[in-house]
Ligand binder design. Structure first.
Ligand code: KG4
Ligand code: ZN
Length: 338
């Protein structure tokens, strides 16, 4: 089955073609970073308008590259939430209408399920059950995964998501949007011992997170220690270490609590090198398997949406003719795939 995937939930327009027999045939991601950079963050209305400009030409480009005619597509998967309402509506409307015009099935994909299944696009995919750490700009969640659509939320952020904390702290340090990769780069020049930031909520039981205090801690340190370049790099390093260590401690706890042996990590922040290295250590010490997507599939992309949609279409699920986008949407509401 050949599935066209469309992702427009935030500030990336992405299109991909996935084949259940031959894997990923082609994919493209267009980032709106330059469009939003001068505003220091995503401007929803600009995002929606740009998705409208980019989506159809990108669908044509991906099909051309895969040498696939539109009529050879067997189904269409689009991100229906969570995300920015106006941005989501572009992909939803185009995806659902295209499927209707082609008389092919359509499926609405949950963006975080896309992230969660992204490691399955890689060479040695994880097998169920496993624990997933989802760390993106909008979400930080630990999820027990027993199959596609069988998700149990173990813990989540009570305030800022990990990526959001990276972005806000980066902005404070004068780094360009999106701050995560820029902050990680600056941290490479920083000292690992000069500042010691707290590891929020690790001293009490449970698997929830809170990252907003770290941002304040970084701001206070900046005020007290001055704004010279080395201090900024040292703060970046201390901040990154604190986030990584907090995620590490909670992952270790989730593995102990569930007794599972496989851990996956996905979402934009899972591209972070120090976080990957730290979870590799956890796996090596405890004999766990750990799986991540390639860095390109950690951040937003449509390969993960086409893949997730394909699994649901293969199981016979599809959308009715009416369509809807959902800015908020819990993964626990999803229908299991048998
Ligand atoms: O999954 P994603 O592309 O979009 C959402 O669904 O939110 O995640 C984007 C987030 C941003 O907050 C970005 O700063 C962060 O992922 N990010 C990183 C890195 N690469 C992306 N954070 C830390 N280190 C990185 N290398
Ligand atoms: Zn995402």
């Amino acid at each position: 089955m050949r599935v066209l995937g469309i992702e427009t939930s935030c500030d990336e327009t992405a299109v991909a073609l996935y084949d259940s027999d031959h894997g990923l045939l082609a994919h493209e991601v267009y980032s709106q970073i330059a469009l939003h950079a001068e505003f220091g963050g995503v401007v929803p209305e600009l995002a929606s308008r740009d998705h409208i400009r980019k989506t159809l030409p990108m669908i044509r480009a991906v099909l051309d590259r895969a040498k696939c005619a539109l009529t050879e597509v067997d189904g269409i998967a689009y991100t229906a939430g969570p995300g920015l309402m106006g941005a989501l509506l572009v992909g939803v409307a185009i995806g659902r209408s295209l499927a209707f015009a082609l008389d092919k099935p359509a499926v609405a994909v949950h963006h975080m399920e896309g992230h969660l299944l992204a490691p399955m696009l890689e060479a040695s995919p994880p097998s169920f059950p496993f624990v997933a750490l989802l760390v993106s700009g909008g979400h930080t969640q630990l999820v027990r995964v027993d199959g596609i659509g069988r998700y149990q939320l173990l813990g989540e952020s009570l305030d800022d998501a990990a990526g959001e904390a990276f972005d806000k702290t980066a902005k404070m340090l004068g780094l360009p949007y999106p701050g995560g990769p820029a902050l990680a780069k600056l941290a490479e020049e920083g000292s690992a011992v000069r500042f010691d930031f707290p590891r929020p909520m690790t001293d009490r039981p449970g698997l929830d997170f809170s990252f907003s205090g770290l941002k304040t801690f970084a701001l206070n340190t900046l005020h007290n220690e001055g704004h010279d370049p080395q201090t900024k790099a040292d703060i970046a390093r201390a901040f990154e270490d604190a986030v990584v260590e907090t995620l590490y401690i909670k992952c270790r706890r989730a593995m102990e609590q569930t007794g599972l042996k496989t851990l996956i990590m996905a979402g934009g922040v899972s591209a972070n090198k120090r976080l990957r290295a730290r979870l590799d250590e956890l796996a090596a010490h405890r004999g766990y398997q750990v799986r991540y997507p390639r860095p390109d599939f950690c951040t937003d992309n449509a390969a993960m949406i086409a893949f997730a949609g394909c699994q649901r279409l293969l199981a016979g699920q599809q959308e009715s003719l009416d369509f809807r986008a959902r800015a908020r949407w819990s993964m626990e509401e999803l229908t299991p795939v048998a």
